[in-house]
Design a protein. Structure first.
Length: 135
């Protein structure tokens, strides 16, 4: 009996580990989707012809990064990442390099929301987009 237990132990360990690995993969996939969506909206903000549209897309960036329960989430603005995860920053938890990029992008997007000129908002949108596209 001990012999069968020892032989089956690696298989048992694999079966027990799979749900955790799948969960981690899902979280990383969710973060990646939200990062890509936030990056697309940073690009839309950069290409917007007026300040109101730029601000609208920067709100979308913030919403994708912080998620519906996060500080700075604006329920009045659209949430293009709805249903993708808990927010890219939350879903990337544990990957310090990615978290740092996301926090930098969040700061840039929030700075852009405070901008009173189109050029300043575009400059912040560009920085946010670059942070989101960095690998």
């Amino acid at each position: 009996m001990t012999k069968h237990f020892v032989r089956g132990l690696p298989a048992l360990m694999l079966v027990l580990a799979l749900p955790f690995a799948a969960s981690a993969a899902d979280a990383n996939g969710a973060a990646s989707k939200q990062i890509a969506t936030a990056g697309a909206h940073a690009g839309m903000a950069l290409g917007a012809a007026d300040l109101a549209t730029t601000h609208a897309h920067l709100h979308h960036v913030v919403n994708c990064l912080v998620g519906p329960s996060g500080k700075g989430f604006d329920a009045k603005a659209a949430d293009p990442c709805k249903g993708m995860g808990q927010g890219a920053i939350v879903d990337a938890k544990g990957d310090t390099a990615v978290e740092a990029r996301l926090h930098a992008a969040l700061g840039d997007a929030q700075q852009g929301l405070k901008a009173t000129t189109l050029d300043a908002a575009h400059a912040d949108a560009k920085k946010a987009m670059e942070s989101l596209q960095a690998k």
